[in-house]
Ligand binder design. Structure first.
Ligand code: HEM
Length: 233
């Protein structure tokens, strides 16, 4: 058993804060009718839920990417112990997966589009925008596999776990293409800014990670010992 890292509570606290403030804020905006222009006044409830949770899942996926890259590049070391950033990275990944589950499950309850279980689970068979939806389904499977790997880390071994983590770039690209091509919100300026801001941040952090010179005495991809110190949980 590892000792709990200092500030271990930071991840759940930040997530509780986000969920606790975001949910009432969205409900309030909705009740004032401020979202009507965005969603269309007669759009069915579960279609709203799916779209809102899709955007939330995408933001959380972005946060998980930024945190993961931040842990690897030690970018957050001046502000938080690495074990805490890593814990936040893990919690955010689980939260992103949860919201993606809600995003897909809400489609099953929605009556405005013909989504059955097979269309939600099997890529490229949906009647509604089959290719973009298929990319989302693939992203969901990748995210499920990768997030589950946090729980299976000791069984997988550190090197395999790290190699598996390269999947995250593919998942992020799939989810971005899916949102861009599939979303009814893509025509809205704020949604376009959201995709642009997210992609630019992830791209530059990934570039920074790639260009980072290997630290003295250690290869860039890290020895198991150094990696374990980096991601101690
Ligand atoms: C990591 C996985 C996923 C992420 C991050 C994600 C994210 C998003 C985002 C951001 C949108 C745009 C919402 C809007 O513009 O209003 C969207 C739309 C959509 N997603 Fe996903 N999604 C994922 C997986 C899935 C899965 C597994 C399905 C299941 C079939 C799915 C079905 C849809 C559908 C039907 C839309 C279109 C909604 C519309 O027309 O506005 N997505 N998704």
């Amino acid at each position: 058993m590892h000792d709990r890292p200092r500030l271990w509570w930071l991840g759940p606290a930040v997530q509780g804060f986000i969920a606790g403030t975001l949910t009432p804020a969205v409900l309030w905006l909705w009740s004032t009718g401020a979202l009507d222009g965005l969603t269309g006044a007669d759009t069915p409830f579960f279609w709203y839920v799916s779209r809102a949770s899709g955007i939330t899942a995408y933001l959380l996926l972005t946060a998980a990417m930024v945190l993961g890259l931040g842990v690897f590049t030690r970018l957050f070391d001046p502000v938080a112990p690495r074990a805490s950033s890593f814990a936040l990275h893990e919690h955010t990944s689980w939260l992103a997966l949860g919201f993606t589950g809600l995003h897909a499950a809400a489609l099953l309850l929605d009556r405005s589009q013909p989504f059955g279980l097979a269309q939600v689970l099997v890529p490229f068979v949906a009647a509604y925008r089959p290719v973009p939806v298929g990319l989302g389904v693939l992203a969901l499977y990748g995210a499920g596999l990768l997030t589950a790997s946090f729980a299976l880390k000791s069984w997988l071994g550190h090197r395999t776990w790290r190699t598996l983590h390269y999947l995250s770039f593919g998942i992020y690209v799939l989810a971005t293409l899916h949102g861009l091509l599939d979303g009814s919100g893509t025509g809205q300026a704020w949604v376009q800014w959201l995709y642009l801001g997210s992609s630019a941040t992830v791209f530059f952090l990934a570039l920074y990670r790639t260009l980072l010179p290997p630290r003295s005495g250690a290869p860039r991809s890290g020895t198991p010992a150094r990696d374990q110190a980096r991601t101690a949980s």
